[in-house]
Design a protein around this ligand. Structure first.
Ligand code: NAP
Length: 279
């Protein structure tokens, strides 16, 4: 029997409606500024989809596109200006940054406006159980769990991938929900033996159809994060045949990606409220 869909369209749709209502009642218009360097088509696409959703929920956005070859100093000056601009609630520097040291730029963003949750202050706050701005993809996975009534408490969670953007913050969120968390990566020995222990399995690797049915415990809940393009078609990290083994599975596309976009906007609203009401 095929797994049930953890449908990002449905869950993000509900979230977007809530956000639209919330923004309408705020009494101010939150603003999100994007910074992009170079002409990477995937980056341009991701920024456009976030801009479109921002407009839909009533969040103002601006995109600053710097040409390929822009010096680090110029990017830093732009970020400093956005930090100082009291109208700006969220700053999202779209990666990759075309040859510029990403860490230097990310560390320069005001943590209160860091809607990607990658500033070390937000990372530390997340791991120490304080209020933090948290990366959108892990937040989206938790929101999918909540939408479909999947309670991580006491479960074995295995996350394949240990990036700062997905694997590590997701581990912190699942720990915070009392799951037992294993984070696997390219040096993990006997990966299939590890993944087969998962009640909840997350694939954030970036390799098409990497998770095969024999790597999945029957009845597991499986989240597919990876995005690979093959001849213009988007392919996930999870082999579609896993649907015959899992109890729940995110579709690709239509799963975690839609949640990510919604959570960036949710983070902007959170940042705006904290900044404007607590200031
Ligand atoms: P990343 O920084 O490249 O991390 C990939 C992770 O996979 C690394 O930790 C790597 O291990 C691990 N890995 C690679 N080969 C492996 C193997 N053979 N066995 C086990 N682990 C292996 O990527 P990322 O930024 O986390 O993104 C992962 C994927 O998700 C990409 O396809 C990206 O496009 C996609 N993505 C999707 C969304 C969404 O909203 N759906 C959001 C963000 C990213 P090491 O650390 O040992 O190298």
């Amino acid at each position: 029997m095929a797994a049930e869909r953890l449908d990002g369209q449905v869950a993000s749709g509900a979230l977007i409606r809530e956000l639209r209502d919330e923004v309408a009642g705020l009494g101010f218009v939150p603003r999100l500024d994007f910074v992009r360097v170079g002409d990477d088509p995937a980056s341009a696409y991701y920024v456009r989809s976030k801009e479109r959703l921002a407009a839909k929920v009533g969040v103002a956005s601006r995109t600053h596109v710097l040409p390929e070859g822009t010096a680090e100093d110029s990017v830093m000056a732009l970020v400093a200006g956005l930090n100082a601009d009291t109208e700006v609630d969220g700053i999202l520097v779209q990666l990759p940054l075309a040859g510029i040291d990403e860490k230097v730029v990310l560390d320069a963003i005001d943590p209160a406006k860091d809607v990607d949750g990658l500033h070390p202050t937000n990372v530390g706050r997340l791991w120490s159980g304080r209020d933090a701005l948290v990366p959108a993809t892990p937040l989206g996975i938790m929101a999918l769990c909540d939408h479909y009534g999947i309670d991580p408490e006491g479960t074995n969670v295995v996350i394949v991938g240990r990036s700062n953007l997905v694997g590590k913050p997701l581990a912190a969120l699942f720990l915070g929900r009392n799951a037992t968390v294993t984070v696997a990566h390219s040096r993990t020995r006997d990966l299939a033996e590890v993944t087969r222990r998962a009640d909840i399995l997350v694939a954030a690797v970036g390799k098409a159809r990497f998770v095969r049915p024999e790597m999945v415990r029957p009845g597991a809940v499986v989240f597919d994060v990876g995005v690979t393009r093959e001849d213009g078609v988007v392919v996930g990290d999870v082999d579609p045949a896993v649907s015959e083994v899992a109890s729940w599975l995110t579709p690709m596309p239509g799963g975690t990606g839609l949640m990510t976009v919604a959570m960036v906007i949710a983070n902007t609203v959170t940042a705006a409220k904290r900044r404007r009401w607590l200031a």
